[in-house]
Design a protein around this ligand. Structure first.
Ligand code: ZN
Length: 273
């Protein structure tokens, strides 16, 4: 009996994953691929701009773990729209802000909001902002859409690499997958997943060289139940907390390497003098 139930669930999951994989090439996801020339009056972001607290400033000089939080869409680009009129750009911004607050309270981390407020930012600019902020991790938040409104659950994507194309090197891609697996594990404990493994896609925002990156689809905004949950602040907080715990778990494994590379760099600088 139990075995049959498990098999049925597994079959359903596999079916849904393959349905989406088939649809991906021409689905709503095309907006993640588009490139756009940069805006003229782009201000250079500074990771320390929003840091007013003295202890955080001191901490920044000791290199905290910098998390670039990329709320998808914004401004004229509303993203996907739910059956009850919920905008993707709004729900992912709310979740991003909750995540920002959690990371901000963590003395070992520093959040950087890639999109501040309801404004349009090109995909190339999003990467540039993360790099300029010295991000150790780039997390892009979205809400999925599909023509079948029964499809629901969250997914985590890392870059599907193409040989010969510029982009993150092997170690950055490996780190992306490690971080994505930690976050997927945390999301799994909180809510149904659309797919039980980390998925791969060629999203432009995942191409930032040197910065481990992932894109999280926080649910299907086209599914009425998911739409309702995504618009609920308590559920938004749950998602943000899962992502935060996943980032924490990843940062613990990444930090020794960071410290080591800093020491190596200092030794190299010292030996040159
Ligand atoms: Zn999106």
């Amino acid at each position: 009996m139990l075995k049959n139930t498990i098999l049925a669930c597994l079959a359903a999951v596999l079916f849904l994953c393959s349905v989406e994989a088939m649809a991906q090439s021409h689905s709503h996801h095309s907006h993640h691929f588009t490139h756009r020339t940069s805006t003229k009056h782009e201000r250079k972001p500074s990771p320390a701009r929003h840091v007013v607290n003295q202890s955080k400033t001191e901490l920044a000089s000791r290199h905290p773990f910098v998390v670039a939080i990329d709320a998808g869409h914004g401004g004229k680009d509303v993203g996907a729209i739910g059956p009850h009129g919920t905008y993707e750009k709004q729900v992912v911004y709310s979740i991003s802000r909750q995540l920002e607050r959690m990371i901000d309270k963590d003395s070992t981390m520093l959040p950087v909001m890639v999109r501040k407020g309801d404004r349009f930012i090109g995909l190339g600019q999003r990467s540039a902002i993360a790099r300029q902020a010295g991000a150790d991790l780039f997390v892009s938040l979205h809400a999925d859409a599909f023509h079948d409104d029964d499809v629901q659950g969250s997914s985590v994507y890392t870059l599907l690499n193409h040989k010969g194309r510029s982009g993150p090197n092997a170690s950055t891609r490996k780190a992306s997958n490690r971080a994505a697996a930690k976050i997927l594990g945390e999301l799994r404990s909180q809510q149904p997943l659309h797919c039980p493994h980390v998925k791969r896609a060629r999203y432009a925002v995942l191409r930032t060289p040197g910065v481990p990156s992932m894109l999280i689809e926080t649910g299907f905004i086209t599914n009425p139940l998911d739409e309702k949950k995504l618009a609920n602040p308590t559920h938004q907080q749950k998602i943000a907390r899962s992502i935060y715990h996943g980032i924490q778990a990843y940062a613990r494994t990444a930090r020794p390497k960071l410290a080591k590379s800093a020491r190596t760099r200092n030794m190299m600088v010292a030996s040159r003098q």
